[in-house]
Every structure is written in C-alpha cells, then in structure tokens.
Design a binder for this molecule. Structure first.
Ligand code: ATP
Ligand code: MG
Length: 197
C-alpha cells in the first residue's frame, strides 16, 4: 500500500496512544462520579456491574432514591448470586414532607452503605443517586467523603446523581458529566422498559 499522509498521521497517533497506555501501569480502587442532567448515569453504573460480574467479582449496589421497584436492573442484577442489592430510599416521605424522618432514612441507608465500604470482598460498590442526599443535607458530606476515603484500597466505587457536590468531584478519580441534549420524555414518550427502567 503506498504510504500517504493519512497512514503517517495514524502511525504517529498510534505511537502516542501506545506510549500513554504503557505509562498507565498502576492499579487502584477507583472512585467514579457520574453526574449531569442527561440520561445515562445509572445505566452506565449498571454496565460496570455487568462487567465486574463477567470476571466473577462480587458487587454491592445501594439505591438511595428509588421511585420504583420494577426496574430491569433490579429484576436481573438483583437476583445474581454475586450481587448484594439494597434499596435504601423507600422510606422518603415526599408526601408528608417530614424532614426528620427523611434524615433518619438517609442515615440508616448510609450505615448499610458503610458496611459495603468496609467489605473488601466487594470489587465494586455502586451508590446510585447518592448525590441527592448530600445536596438536601440529609447526609454530612465530610463524613461521607471520609467513609469513602477509608474503604479498602482495591475497591471501586461508582456514585451517580445530578449536581454532584464539589468535594466528591475533588476526591474522584474519574468524573463524567452527562449533558442533556434531548430526551424522548419531553416529546411525550413514556419511560421504555429496557431503556429507561
Ligand atoms: P438512566 O437510569 O436511564 O441511566 P440517569 O440515571 O442518568 O438515567 P436519573 O435522573 O436517575 O438519570 O433518571 C432516571 C429516569 O429518568 C430514567 O428513566 C431516565 O430515562 C429518565 N431521565 C434521565 N434524564 C432525563 C432527562 N434529562 N429528561 C427526562 N427524563 C430523564
Ligand atoms: Mg439514575
């Protein structure tokens, strides 16, 4: 094949990518934060659960704000032998607006999460929709960050939810902000099984 500009550019690019891959030679338990207003935060987290299970690892999931229990992720992943699945947000009192009761629910939930953050048999812990509890002030950000920091060194944690507080962004290894460009719901399409729930 005759050499041309395209091939030379691709070879240079490959050399740069290969060098970057060679430099990234460390292993560590990562803190990942998936935030922003676009769709794809929790489903990405459950994608990493599936990946981890594919290697035979154990995974813990805590869902902090759960408006429904009939989701595909709970039906499928909640029954897997290597998954510990906790729904911790069933007790929030949206109707009665009882802030003290909500704080008590949040604190009880965090105690369960903390047990997972002490369990070094868990390769990955997903704290789904945790950001809301921090933003509402139901949980103390400093305490949550300190509990996250003292987890087992090899344990990965994924936190999802809109408007992740700065302290989480600061301590995270990987942060993705998913931007809402458009969403079918705004065109009158209801949540679709397998896609939205
Ligand atoms: P998903 O679970 O689909 O990855 P998410 O975790 O990024 O979504 P959440 O705020 O937790 O987003 O919302 C969960 C539900 O709300 C899903 O059914 C999702 O499709 C829908 N949703 C997410 N973002 C938007 C949006 N910008 N507008 C309307 N509906 C949304
Ligand atoms: Mg979500």
């Amino acid at each position: 094949m005759p050499d041309n500009g395209h091939n030379r550019r691709m070879a240079r690019k490959k050399a740069v990518v290969d060098a970057a891959i060679a430099r990234a030679d460390q292993d560590k338990g990562l803190l990942l934060v998936l935030t922003g207003n676009g769709k794809g935060k929790s489903s990405s987290a459950f994608g990493m659960v599936a990946r981890s299970l594919g290697y035979g690892y154990k995974v813990g999931v805590a869902q902090f704000l759960k408006s429904r229990r009939d989701t595909g992720e709970e039906k499928f992943l909640g029954n897997q032998p290597n998954v510990e699945w906790h729904v911790l947000g069933d007790g929030f009192t949206w109707d009665t607006q009882d802030r003290d009761a909500d704080i008590a629910t949040a604190k009880r939930g965090w105690e369960v999460a903390k047990q997972m953050l002490k369990d070094d048999s868990l390769h990955l812990v997903v704290l789904d929709e945790l950001t809301y509890l921090l933003n509402y002030g139901y949980l103390d950000k400093v305490q949550v960050c300190s509990d996250l920091a003292s987890r087992p060194a090899a344990q990965h944690v994924v936190i999802t939810g809109r408007a992740a507080p700065q302290c989480l962004l600061d301590m995270a290894d990987t942060v993705s902000e998913i931007r809402d460009v458009k969403h079918a719901f705004r065109s009158g399409i209801r949540a679709q099984p397998g896609i939205d729930l």
